[in-house]
Ligand binder design. Structure first.
Ligand SMILES: [Zn+2]
Length: 149
C-alpha cells in the first residue's frame, strides 16, 4: 500500500484537478487525498500520520515520503466566503459556520502556504516527512511551486 513515488498528494475534489491527469500519475504512484479545496483538515492530518506510522515500520532511517499540498485557481471552495452560501451549507452539514469560513480558497497561494505550515507544525507528522505547497492553474495546466520541500 506504500506509493511507488513515496508521494502523498492533498488536493481539491474538483474534476479539473484530478492528479492522475494533471500530474500524470500512474496506478500505485501516489497516495491521494481529496476534499473541498484540498485543505489540511484534522482528518487529513490523521491520514498523513497514519501513512507516516506505516512508513516508519518499514523504513527505520532516512526520509519517509513527500507530501504535496496542491490548491488551484478558480476553486469552488471560494463559495464558502459567501455569507449566504456558507450559512446554508453549515446548517446542511451541522457544522459551525465560523469554522467554515477558514475553508474558503480565494487566494490559493495564501491558503496553500497556511496549510503547508499547519502540516509542518503538527507533532503528529514526523520531520522525516517533507511537505511542499503548489498552485495548479486550471487554465494553463501548469503547477507553480510556492513552498519547496
Ligand atoms: Zn477546488
Amino acid at each position: 500500500m506504500f506509493p511507488n513515488l513515496r508521494l502523498f498528494v492533498i488536493t481539491c475534489l474538483d474534476p479539473r484537478v484530478d492528479p492522475a491527469h494533471s500530474l500524470g500519475l500512474e496506478l500505485s504512484d501516489a497516495t491521494v487525498v481529496r476534499n473541498v479545496g484540498g485543505r489540511v483538515t484534522p482528518e487529513v492530518i490523521n491520514d498523513v500520520a497514519f501513512i507516516s506510522q506505516i512508513a516508519e515500520t518499514v523504513m527505520p532511517d532516512g526520509p519517509l515520503f513527500k507530501v504535496a499540498v496542491i490548491h488551484h485557481t478558480q476553486c469552488g471552495a471560494g463559495a464558502l466566503a459567501d455569507d449566504s452560501f456558507r450559512r446554508r451549507y453549515a446548517q446542511r452539514i451541522g457544522a459551525d459556520e465560523s469554522e467554515l469560513v477558514d475553508h474558503a480558497v480565494l487566494d490559493p497561494t495564501a491558503t496553500v502556504t497556511g496549510d503547508v505550515q499547519r502540516l509542518r507544525s503538527t507533532p503528529a507528522i514526523p520531520p522525516r516527512v517533507t511537505v511542499s505547497g503548489h498552485v495548479y492553474d486550471v487554465v494553463s495546466g501548469l503547477v507553480q511551486t510556492i513552498l519547496p520541500a
